[in-house]
Write a protein that binds this ligand. Sequence first.
Ligand SMILES: [Zn+2]
Length: 257
Amino acid sequence: MEQERRRLGVIAAASSYNTEEFTHNENLAHNAAAENAAPLLLCFGVHPQLPAVKKKEGNPFTETDLNDSVTLLQNIAEAGKIAAIGECGFDLYNSEFKETEKTQDALFAAHLEIAVKYGLPVVLHVRRAMHKIFAAEKELSKCKAVIFHSWSGTLEEARSLLRRGINAYFSFGNTIMLNHKQAIHCCSSLPIERLLTETDAPFQPRRSEKLSTWADLPLILMAAAELRSESGGKIEVGELERRIEENFRNAFAMDYN
Ligand SMILES: [Zn+2]
């Protein structure tokens, strides 16, 4: 069952500034293919938290790191090794993250440029930074698809992005079971063809758990089906699963069986 659900689509997102993590995920994807397991889609991006994390470790993210990571991204995109770019985006959650806003700006612009150049979807991490997203609306509307992972904006913001011609998808995880009012509202009311589900594994656990895993997906789907049914859009969980898989394939322009 779990193995079957993994067929919904799996993303290995390396978010680093060097090749190590990407190579690790490349190997995972390779092994999955060899074992005939669920396909892994490889993504690569420099996570917007990374500059602050490195700074805290006493090893600041330098101009050279920035250039190296952008070159790496450019090379693997050019070589057709990745299915999407991300997680990238903005994290302005607290002052520590805000201190690196300029670096985040530079990284985001470079990621978008490469995504547009190679026709790749982007997976976005956005915390307390919706203004940055609207400021980049022109570039985002040129992206093949824009996947907002763990969407935390309002319903109006989501609708507004769609109205601006951005091919946006909104992904929800355990937050819809954690009393996250905005996520719940959006998950129940957004157009069904714009919904995705995720685990954000392992860092978005259910209330009783320490970590999130694959096993959460059926529960998230069930919760999403219930939310939509409660708000008048009655849907069986199996049908929602089918629709979300279709969305996933559309968003990532995939054609696998
Ligand atoms: Zn994230």
